[in-house]
Design a protein around this ligand. Structure first.
Ligand code: CMP
Length: 140
């Protein structure tokens, strides 16, 4: 299996409830390494830019408002098959459909406030990592 990097975001609903450490423990227990991490507040414009692929979808405006409503923790996870592994740990986008024991099943409040984001392909991961981090900030 290839060693990959993926972009993860711990969303405002989770930082508000002080869940960063519990979520990170799940990544580490599953063999993913946190090779970069920072806590920041997204401006509305930055959220719109990050989620531009969803512009025009009915949930775009409320999603961008939510993502800029409080702190997020952006991070790079590294490990074998990291992109798919992270998505398995997170569970389905809609917490009502997420498997038991996943981050979204256990912590998410709604499909919008779903506690975590993870890149969905190697191309997206490269773009999303570069959105938040310079090469110097990623230490494997
Ligand atoms: P995320 O993985 O961050 O990618 C896009 C986000 O849009 C998604 O998680 C959800 O939080 C949010 N969203 C809100 N409504 C929907 C929806 N109906 N379908 C997909 N994503 C949605």
């Amino acid at each position: 299996m290839p060693v990959e990097r993926t972009l993860s975001i711990i969303k405002p609903d989770a930082t508000r409830r002080n869940l960063t450490g519990r979520i990170n423990a799940r990544f580490e227990a599953a063999g993913l390494r946190l090779v970069a991490q920072k806590r920041l507040s997204l401006t509305r414009a930055a959220a719109e830019q990050f989620y531009r692929v969803h512009a025009g979808r009915p949930f775009f405006a409320p999603l961008c408002a939510f993502m800029s409503s409080g702190p997020v923790v952006v991070q790079v996870l590294e490990g074998e098959d990291a992109i798919a592994r992270n998505r398995a740990i997170m569970g389905a986008t809609d917490p009502a459909k997420a498997e038991k024991g996943t981050i979204r099943a256990d912590f998410a409040e709604s499909i919008e406030a779903n506690s975590a984001h993870g890149s969905d392909s190697p191309e997206t991961a490269a773009q999303e990592i570069a959105f938040f981090f310079s090469a110097l900030e990623i230490v494997g």
